[in-house]
Design a protein around this ligand. Structure first.
Ligand code: AMP
Length: 269
């Protein structure tokens, strides 16, 4: 009989402001160790010291787990953030997002997509052909949850990413999140860059091309960032999409390819 699985989730805040969060899906025997590791991560995250850390542990019904393969990873080089924005718009258009919607979405993330130009806590959902925003709460957005790597896949991926010079935990975690998003009903593409002022790399992901990193999407020191999920409303309802993103347990048990070749977008595209 396979061991019981648990979802372990942590989020830390300071004066009610979200600082950091992380989650894992692990066998019962690892729950205590992983809860301690996530708490340690909250206590040592750069910036303000957390004044509230919430950890939740929830048993998973094994019959509901969806097993999947991670997307392929590639990297586009942009000489500066302006070029990075053009690369992102171009990759989104290739994925099927209307070109002017893609450009508008990139500018929206750069200016802060939450109320009053703030950074959202989760992702905004946008219709890929009309640009209409669909998330119910424009400050919170939608938070993708309940996804992880199987233990064998985690150790293989960690060593493959390290060998490719991509050992930063952000790459692995974003790849897992994007992997879950790309399996969502009606998904056309995802755009992301971090609100961490020290991390200027982001990505565009789509079901055909996979997870495409972009070397520069903002200036160092800029604390704007966020995520946009572009969808085709003819292929899903918002309710079905949000239920999948928040609740469906997805465990990745196979990696995609990791390409170290550097790619450029042709100037005329
Ligand atoms: P990060 O890469 O963790 O810095 O996150 C970048 C942005 O993505 C954040 O500012 C949020 O807007 C959004 N985000 C972070 N975590 C999630 C998540 N689990 N689900 C949806 N959006 C997220």
């Amino acid at each position: 009989m396979s061991p019981s699985l648990y979802s372990v989730r942590m989020r830390a805040s300071y004066h009610g402001q979200h600082l950091t969060g992380a989650e894992r899906i692990v066998p019962q025997a690892e729950v205590s160790e992983v809860t301690a590791a996530l708490t340690e991560r909250a206590m040592t995250c750069p910036g303000e010291l957390a004044d509230e850390i919430q950890c939740s542990v929830e048993k998973i019904d094994p019959t509901t787990v969806l097993y999947a393969q991670l997307p392929d990873l590639s990297t586009y080089i942009a000489p500066d953030w302006q070029a990075g924005h053009r690369v992102a718009s171009c990759l989104l258009a290739r994925a099927g997002v209307q070109p002017e919607i893609a450009t508008r979405a990139v500018a929206l993330l750069a200016s802060g997509a939450g109320p009053g130009g703030t950074v959202m806590r989760g992702a905004l959902i946008m219709d890929a052909s009309s640009g209409k925003r669909l998330e119910a709460d424009p400050a919170r957005g939608v938070r993708v949850s309940r996804m992880d790597l199987s233990p064998e896949c985690r150790s293989a991926l960690e060593s493959d990413l390290a060998a490719a010079g991509l050992g930063h935990h952000r790459v692995l975690e974003a790849l897992v999140l994007a992997g879950k998003v790309l399996g969502a009903p009606g998904i056309v593409a995802e755009l992301c860059w971090s609100d961490d002022p020290n991390y200027t790399i982001g990505y565009v992901a789509d079901p055909q091309a996979g997870y495409q990193r972009i070397s520069d999407l903002k200036l160092a020191g800029d604390s704007c960032g966020g995520r946009v999920f572009f969808i085709d409303q003819a292929k899903t309802s918002l309710e079905e999409l949000v239920d999948y993103l928040e609740c469906q347990v997805v465990l990745f048990n196979a990696s995609g390819t990791i390409s170290t070749a550097k790619k450029w977008i042709p100037a005329d595209e």
